[in-house]
Design a protein around this ligand. Structure first.
Ligand code: FAD
Length: 453
């Protein structure tokens, strides 16, 4: 491959660029925000318009962290040296379900840092690659030659231009215009599936010298007495600060006032949130963000597609952010790209084998998100066949994970994308979960499975 062009220089684009640097003479990342170190958005060190969700809490799950460490050895260590926290589920990551602390089990680590901090560190490592460059420009469309994409049209500092490329990777995120670009070239548009979840986020920064309840990261999922489902996450981040997120659905979304933000923390049944509200020192005001829908573009369903084009990251699928799987999914998309390129896929053909592989990754995260989202009373949309049984079984696993270490470990493996979601539906796991829940409900119940922990 002579040149690969990556459209969008955020997490998914940077990861795809890293993989492509092993296979192309030259990789060019086209990014509309001026994220050059001396540019308007200073290397992406603060929130920027192209990534509006960057103001919100972002945790890097273990699957994503491990992959990035593989491509950039020592990446996690470097983040920690610069002030990020590496939290261990066996000690300082506390998960609460309706105020009950889940049994601690180790083996899973996650990075807690602000999103701009993560992105800046990743960009620094990517741009250090010899054959890689970043161009500040807004992509306007694709250039086609015969039945393939041969480049990209963009508006840069010197005016409109065309960058020729053997492979174009769309990483422009959930609002990608790829469907319109394909239509302009006479190609069919991928179908977009949406599930309207109407989720509201608010994130604020705090100082808290001690750290609430000795945690590095705490997550709380709570059903309030009136049935509303709320989520809270807090974590230590660079600069000796704490990032705190509160989230709710539909009319229950959080507002912009610090007073209301603190009230929600006080109402949370998990102790670290109440402690933070009581003696944390707010830095600035909360910033809100609205996530209207989950969406995915089903490229694998198309019957015609040009060669020389693929999509990664949120362009492929963007799901409910409360699961924190977006950045880790992007690492998996980059792995699929690496696998296809290593298997010698010809650039003369459409990338069907890539779309087939990546579909499995998207399906897994999508099903986890959508199965839980469809349980929410305000979420409409066709419930898939077997939905009722599947949702009862997933509730069983979640409930059992509060007290049973084996179930909690398996749950964490899936939540952190280290194992596929279907592993939780194995008969042995379900049986064990049923025993654990029975034991919760009747504490004296004798469980022969205890010894297997
Ligand atoms: C509220 C919220 C919280 C989240 N929390 C987490 C979390 O805790 N953990 C996690 O892993 N994930 C989280 N995510 C998901 C995560 O933000 C994304 O999955 C991740 O950023 C990967 O996205 P991306 O690189 O595909 O797209 P984006 O990050 O959206 O980036 C798209 C890039 O393309 C550029 N661009 C767009 N159009 C053009 C154009 N025409 N020309 C040139 N450049 C263009 C943009 O400037 C931007 O840089 C969260 C998402 C939301 C909404």
């Amino acid at each position: 491959m002579r040149r690969a062009a990556v459209l969008g220089g955020s997490i998914a684009g940077l990861l795809a660029a890293r993989v492509l640097s092993d296979h192309a003479d030259e990789v060019v990342v086209l990014e509309r925000d001026d994220v050059a170190v001396s540019g308007e958005f200073g290397g992406g060190q603060g929130p920027r318009p192209g990534v509006p969700q960057g103001t919100q809490m972002h945790a890097l799950l273990d699957a994503g962290r491990r992959r990035i460490d593989h491509w950039f050895p020592g990446f996690s260590t470097e983040l920690v040296a610069d002030g990020a926290a590496l939290a261990d589920t066996g000690t300082d990551v506390h998960s609460y379900l309706d105020g009950s602390l889940k049994v601690l089990v180790g083996g899973v680590e996650m990075v807690s840092a602000t999103r701009p901090f993560l992105e800046t560190h990743l960009r620094r490592r990517v741009l250090a690659l010899d054959n890689l460059s970043q161009v500040n420009g807004r992509v306007q469309g694709l250039a086609f030659t015969g039945d393939r994409v041969s480049g990209v049209r963009y508006a840069g500092a010197a005016g409109d231009d065309v960058l020729s490329a053997d492979l174009v990777v769309d990483a422009t995120g959930r609002a990608s215009r790829i469907a319109a670009w394909l239509r302009e070239g006479g190609w069919p548009e991928p179908e977009m599936r949406r599930v309207h979840v109407d989720l509201g986020y608010a994130t604020a920064l705090f100082r808290h010298p001690e750290g609430p309840h000795g945690v590095t990261l705490a997550q709380s999922l709570a059903t309030l007495p009136d049935g509303r489902l709320r989520l809270g996450t807090l974590g230590r981040v660079e600069g000796d600060r704490w990032i705190v997120l509160v989230a709710g659905y539909s009319e229950d979304r959080p507002g912009r006032s610090m007073e209301g933000f603190l009230r929600r923390c006080e109402e949370d049944p998990a102790a670290p949130f109440r402690q933070l509200a009581e003696d944390g020192e707010p830095i600035g005001e909360p910033v809100t963000y609205r996530h209207p829908d989950n969406r995915r573009r089903d490229f694998h369903l198309l019957d015609r597609f040009p060669a020389g084009l693929i999509a990664v990251g949120d362009t492929l699928a963007s799901f409910n952010p409360i699961y924190g799987q977006g950045m880790s999914s992007a690492t998996m998309h980059a792995s699929c790209l690496a696998a296809c390129l290593e298997s010698g896929q010809s650039l003369r053909d459409p990338a069907w084998s890539y779309f087939k592989q990546v579909r499995a990754v998207v399906d897994d995260a999508w099903q986890t998100s959508v199965l839980n989202d469809l349980k929410l009373p305000h979420v409409t949309g066709p419930r898939p066949r077997g939905f009722k049984v599947a949702s009862q079984l997933s509730d069983l696993i979640v409930k059992a994970s509060v007290t049973d270490p084996v179930i909690h470990r398996r749950f964490l493996q899936v939540a952190h994308m280290l194992s596929p979601a279907k592993t939780l539906m194995r008969p042995g796991t379900l049986l064990r979960a049923a025993w654990a829940v029975r034991k919760q409900d009747t504490p004296a119940a004798d469980t022969p499975l205890d010894t297997a922990a």
